[in-house]
Write a protein that binds this ligand. Structure first.
Ligand code: ADP
Ligand code: NI
Length: 216
């Protein structure tokens, strides 16, 4: 039964996200699922069924992929209407998905080890070599520049600059990606983040050298 439900979730997500090119494609979901299960196994913590289901469905209600928060929630609910499972599992999976997003997911909001693991897996996919690729894929899709040395990072913007909201994909590293490592919950994810963080720092270093024509 659990294998069947998992397969159904996989088909549902493939169908919903397959064509997305903002970095939320099926392969993102698959990497989050695999990393989440890896963390679960290595930490010997959490219910693998709940973790895998939540990882598979985690981007379904994302506001970026839906017209509204309500529509996103309705899409997630529609999965559970067709695919019945124990109420406690269903409620837990929905709760994880609702609390793991960067905006909503402050550390104190995460009540369960399963939520912590899925959040870590999602964050790991935003950093490292994959994270770099996703940032520029997202930026390109949104028509944002790869870099503009005249734009400040958000923390240093004047209120006026902040309102006009201009940013670049390189700026996104300082606004979010480089900070994620410190926000991870599990020791396994923290360990995996080491190399990924180094990768981003090396990338940025080389990027500026090339930008300035000073790489020799
Ligand atoms: P999540 O998968 O955690 O829901 P987001 O929806 O915030 O992540 O973003 C999806 C991907 O797009 C991530 O890899 C993220 O780094 C990237 N991204 C989000 N906002 C920006 C931005 N302003 N510039 C560049 N990349 C971005
Ligand atoms: Ni995600």
């Amino acid at each position: 039964m659990k294998d069947f439900l998992m397969k159904q979730a996989e088909l549902f997500v493939r169908n919903e996200l397959g064509e997305d090119s903002t970095g939320h494609d099926w392969y993102h979901v698959d990497r989050v699922r695999r990393n989440a299960l890896y963390i679960c196994k290595r930490e010997m913590a959490g219910d693998p069924f709940v973790i895998e289901m939540a990882a598979l469905l985690h981007d379904i209600p994302d506001e970026k992929l839906n017209k509204s928060t309500e529509q996103g929630k309705a899409k997630l609910d529609s999965f559970f209407k067709i695919n019945e499972m124990a109420d406690n599992e269903k409620d837990h999976i929905i709760q994880i998905i609702e609390t793991i997003s960067y905006k909503g997911g402050r550390k104190t909001d995460l009540q369960t080890v399963e939520a912590k693991i899925v959040q870590d897996a999602d964050r790991l996919d935003a950093i490292g070599a994959i994270g770099i690729a996703r940032a520029f894929a997202y930026g390109g899709k949104k028509g944002q520049l790869i870099y503009d040395p005249d734009i400040h990072v958000r923390e240093e913007m004047s209120p006026e600059e902040y309102r006009t909201g201009k940013s670049t994909s390189i700026h996104h590293f300082y606004e979010k990606l480089l900070k994620l490592k410190e926000l991870l919950n599990t020791d396994t994810a923290k360990l995996m983040a080491e190399k990924r963080q180094q990768m981003m720092l090396t990338f940025l270093d080389q990027f500026y050298q090339e930008w300035d024509g000073q790489d020799l």
